[in-house]
Write a protein that binds this ligand. Sequence first.
Ligand code: SF4
Length: 767
Amino acid sequence: MSASQHPTADPEPPRKLRRLTQSAPPNQAVGATAVLNSMRHIQAQAGLARGTKALLRANQKGGFDCPSCAWPDPDDDRSSFEFCENGAKAIATEATRKRATPELFAQHTLADLAAWSDFELNDAGRLTEPMVLDAGATHYRPIAWDDAFALIAEELNATDPNEAIFYTSGRASNEAAFLYQLFVRQYGTNNLPDCSNMCHESSGAALKMTIGIGKGTVTLDDLEHTDCVMVIGQNPGTNHPRMLTSLEKTVKNGGRIVSVNPLLETGVKAFAHPQKLSGLLGVATPLQSLHVPVRLNGDLPFVKGLLKCVLEAEAAQPGTVVDRKFIAEHTEGYEQLIAALAEVSWPDLCQQSGLTVAQIREAAAVFISAPECITCWAMGLTQHHNAVETIQELVNLHLLTGKIGRPRSGLCPVRGHSNVQGDRTMGIWERPPPPFLDQLDAEFGFKSPRAFGYDTVEAITAMHEGKARVFFALGGNFLSASPDTHYTAAALRRCALTVQVSTKLNRSHLITGQRALILPCLGRTETDLRNGQPQFVTVENSMGVVHSSEGKLAPASPHLLSEVAIICCLAAATLGERSTVPWAALAQNYDLIRERIERVVPGFDKFNLRIHQPGGFYLPNGVKERRWDTKTGKARFTVNPLNPLKLEPGQLLLQTFRSHDQFNTTIYGHNDRYRGITNERRVIFLNREDMRERGVEPQQPIDITSHFQGETRTAELFLAIPYDTPKGCAAAYYPEANVLVPIGAKANISQTPTSKSIVITITPSTG
Ligand code: SF4
């Protein structure tokens, strides 16, 4: 099919500039401004009555789980306002009164809608009815649910299962995810890429190989009572804002915060508690006691420097720093690590990390002097070519000192999407472990496929090479979240059918296969009645707590179906007699789904009983009992060679990141108040000296070109913003900058796109 059939639906957001103002980043986060902003969004979208009703149930025991990030809720005392500013924005746009009705699609072609900004697409409101795009059509039209399922079933049954791709975004509930993977495996493939492939896959891979579990090993109580928290490659103020409440408790309990990030982010400077009068009056608790301005992709040499400092401190006072008893009992590979560290030179570590020895020693001193320490991280570590190696070096640090597998010490990859961890636990994985498939087959009496499927990058490549005919997305905004926007757009357009299960309009609805469907589903905030009985779903947060989520708002439209119902109807329509799974019954009573999960997924015994415990339950985590589910039953030290990126003269490294007015690819506004940016997203943050050397003036329009294995990709019209970022390091928002991320630029082992270290050059805009 040629692009001409869907003329000019540009996969990129509109490339036009707005009038920007830049001010100094604030010295404190949250405070009264966050409260006002939250209420402004609630008022503008849902209205005070509906919006406040939703907010008061957010993250409450028996309430619904915030559809945004995966920061855990307190086990015990919860505030009546257990949400943050960005949680409020997410809830506001889900509970919005605005509707994207069939009339909207009748008025606008795909090309018209593609000219809208991502903010305008999201602001169109909640989808209300299933919509279909016929081959060659320029407009979506309404379709009945049964016809939609029949259309998909016909296409799937005319397709080799390994030419169909089933993507999952991290918002899908455990029940929906479990049934989705069951349907897809009964259909005959493991093509189950998910958003985790693009975010914490590097964490899962590194941790699974070294400590035997691909998840964090600590609790919220551990974090709030530890002596040191290292926050590396993470911006909690915007991406996990309630974490600041916990970090304030850490500080008040005597702990120290070390932030390791090219940028000094406002969130870790100081926290004005919005639920305290003092906080509303602007009195803030200083959080970080040390900022380490590591350069982009400088984390591996930095952590190696910490390890060398640990060994030096141990040599100075034997038996006081290195936990030899723990090492002897629980680990392997110690000797190889020590030998390798001896070979590493400080000049190399400093040159590659962009830090001085003194800066590394200062951070090491905080870590070493802290009896207990927890390291938290996010995309700033996971989206680099050597991400897995860097995270394994962090594991080395905690193993060497024994600061793991005991209270108040351990590792904490902080997930960015509310149930991304739960989806993986439910089997959403293109590389499923055989024991899981054996359990699944035994429970449902079929033989699941064993060949590994496509991860996200492989799925895009397969579509681009014409090896995939059907793309189905359970939530998300695949096009905008993926790397290499134009390549991904061309890939999607090669499909015979693309299907999106969504709550709101986004750019992935506009870049389609020959035919396309939009299937509108219920949101987390909404009541899900089956046979007149309210149903609840479950999710798993970053710290391995499984808890219920039940919405109470009236659905945005009477035509919406839950994710569970959509999957059950689709499976029944596609598999027919081939499946013995009672899809219709499971769709009517989610307890029946949980009964099946109990028997297939480890750690979910007595699921239907325990899920009614207020706050839910913790999944087993061997590391907490110092049990290592690795090949050898030991925690493993690893040797990770330095392998820095080589830049040509004039080249810079670019990271893509979020503004404070976005969640993943959902754009709530054009401001980024924690970085002093108002009213524009097409900006690139640059080191002032880098600007001077290139004769670039503040707010000068420039084009950005990425360089990868002789290929170049250009994103036009970004305003140059002078900013405190290490020399040679730049930053721009995604999805705008995803145009620059080469499909082939992936992390070793995890294949995660390297969106945090893209080699670029900048030139004055010609546009
Ligand atoms: S911290 Fe995350 S989960 Fe909690 S309210 Fe904010 S966005 Fe939602």
